[in-house]
Design a protein around this ligand. Structure first.
Ligand code: MSP
Length: 511
């Protein structure tokens, strides 16, 4: 089994913000989960560096596009590890290998008869790097996303014959209802296709910041075609992920990982990924991805969070104060993947305090402290309490099933309900009472090992969401293995626990 997940590649016209962190974190949760299942995983993220948004931003700053791209690509590259993201590669569309691949594939698309010369005229948003259809234009000829005035553009272009794929795309959607998720996004893409596909510009003449068109060097490729191809090109030159490289000297990652299992994207770039992208792959005779999952927007004050609107929450600042795990948890728990959701510092602090610090952090420190106090740190051997079986049985399978459908929030909720169940178990059993009565020593033994094993099992499942904290906790439980095969409640054997400092210290939230 192999699993290949991608994030969109981020524009380098501005610094990273929480909206970008959101997709990267979601992809990371999926990548880690599939690694836990023992699958070969490739997780790709990177930066989109060509095109007008970058050229314009560089011009405004008085630097070259390459200088701006170099500077901001570094910031995106640095963000990934700070988020705890375990991406296997970071692609930049200015990588020469990527550019060569774009030229190769798009020349093939032309050889296959899907490119012709023409003139394009339309309303254009330089921020989206996108021509808008009449029904996508806000009042005052403004971009509905960026609220800036659209420009009337007319230019000689080579066109991609998107219209030739009308029937094949309709057939694709009829055959594969899970090609696009959630269902509302599937419907949105399908109705766009059904409304009638028109050919789209493949190249730009007025712009020089892009991948040169090999058959006409007066043109560069329209940035979206260059960008979409990153998902394919990366596999042709990225180094093999750890663990895979040992098998063969020169592993062909394209063969192992193409087609992609999941493209995670935001809803603003739906049309490119659910219409243009499959059509382009068909034109190039390449296999189509299995799923495109479309998430919503993080909103602040009801508006999409975006650098150009100036309403951003700085992920670097949040991480510095609370740690990456807290940010990952908050975003995955509070904004169901697939829907829009408001984010705020108050909601973040509330989740941190009540769920991470109280429900999980306290459960862990209290359970470990009781095993140390009552049993000198040795976990009594024997079976776990059958009273919890009903709540815990089948949990890893349920979590996997949710994650297979990219239901990251629902999967986390399955786990969290059991965190709460264990907390109730502590209250019900009151081990501090049992400890007072020698006749109840066996009961206390059972409660303590049930707590240790319950924590272990849940922590393995939480690892994709809270990797650093989960590893600390599993180390304290003397059970570092995070493989899913051993996640079932009752499957582990914990011998000793060791003291652990607060996983989510409360004073941080007051800092
Ligand atoms: N460069 C293109 C993508 C090319 S993929 C072949 C692009 N870049 S972007 O930096 O503008 O946006 C990248 C992703 O971040 C998009 O999926 C977008 O939806 C997401 N987000 C940007 N702001 C967001 C929020 N406020 N909330 C959630 N995600 C949003 O588009």
């Amino acid at each position: 089994m192999s699993f290949y997940v991608t994030t969109p590649i981020y524009y380098v016209n501005a610094a990273p913000h929480l909206g970008h962190a959101y997709t990267t974190i979601a992809a990371d949760v999926m990548a880690r989960h599939h690694r836990q299942r023992g699958e070969a995983v490739f997780f790709l993220t990177g930066t989109d560096e060509h095109g007008e948004p970058v050229a314009d931003a560089a011009h405004a700053l008085g630097v070259t596009p390459q200088e701006l791209a170099d500077k901001n690509a570094e910031r995106f590259k640095a963000l990934a590890p700070q988020l705890g993201a375990s991406n296997d590669f970071f692609i930049r569309t200015t990588d020469p290998q990527h550019m060569a691949k774009v030229q190769e594939i798009l020349a093939r698309v032309r050889d296959n008869g899907f490119v012709y010369e023409g003139t394009y005229e339309g309303w254009y948003c330089p921020r989206c790097a996108d021509f808008k259809a009449e029904n996508e234009i806000d009042e005052g000829r403004r971009c509905p996303i960026h609220h800036i005035e659209l420009t009337r553009e007319q230019e000689d272009s080579y066109f991609f014959r998107l219209s030739a794929f009308q029937e094949r795309l309709e057939a694709l959607y009829a055959e594969r209802e899970d090609f696009v998720a959630p269902g509302t996004r599937y419907n949105e893409a399908l109705s766009f296709i059904r409304s009638g596909l028109r050919d789209v510009p493949l190249t730009r003449h007025k712009l020089t910041w892009g991948v040169p068109v090999p058959w006409d060097t007066e043109h560069v490729f329209y940035v979206w075609f260059d960008a979409l191809l990153n998902y394919y090109s990366a596999l042709s030159y990225a180094p093999a992920p750890a663990g895979l490289e040992a098998e063969g000297a020169q592993l062909d990652l394209t063969q192992t990982f193409w087609p992609a299992t999941y493209h995670l994207i935001g809803k603003d770039i739906l049309r490119f990924h659910t219409v243009y992208w499959p059509a382009l792959l068909m034109a190039a005779e390449l296999e189509l991805p299995e799923h495109v999952f479309v998430h919503g927007f993080l909103l602040m004050d009801g508006e999409k969070m975006s650098k150009s609107l100036g309403n951003v929450l700085d992920p670097f600042a949040v991480i510095e104060r609370f740690g990456a795990d807290a940010l990952r948890f908050y975003l995955m728990r509070d904004v169901p993947l697939g829907q829009d959701g408001s984010v705020s510092t108050a909601a973040f602090e509330q989740r941190y305090e009540s769920e991470l610090a109280n429900e999980l952090g306290n459960l862990a420190s209290r359970s470990i402290a009781m095993i140390e106090r009552y049993r000198d740190g040795a976990v009594p051997s024997g079976d776990v309490d059958p009273a919890l079986r009903e709540d815990f049985d089948g949990l890893p399978e349920r979590v996997s099933a949710r994650l297979d459908g990219a239901e990251l929030t629902a999967a986390l909720d399955e786990i969290w309900q059991r965190v709460r169940r264990l907390n109730r178990y502590v209250e019900e059993q009151a081990p501090w009472q049992l400890a007072k009565d020698d006749a109840r020593a066996e009961d206390l033994d059972r409660v303590l090992r049930t707590l240790a094993e319950g924590l272990r099992s849940l922590t393995v499942l939480l690892w994709p969401y809270l990797p650093a904290s989960a590893e600390r906790l599993l180390a304290a439980l003397g059970a570092p293995d995070v493989s899913l095969g051993g996640a079932a409640f009752g499957a582990g054997t914990i011998e000793r626990v060791s003291a652990i400092e607060a996983l989510f210290p409360k004073d941080r939230s007051a800092a």
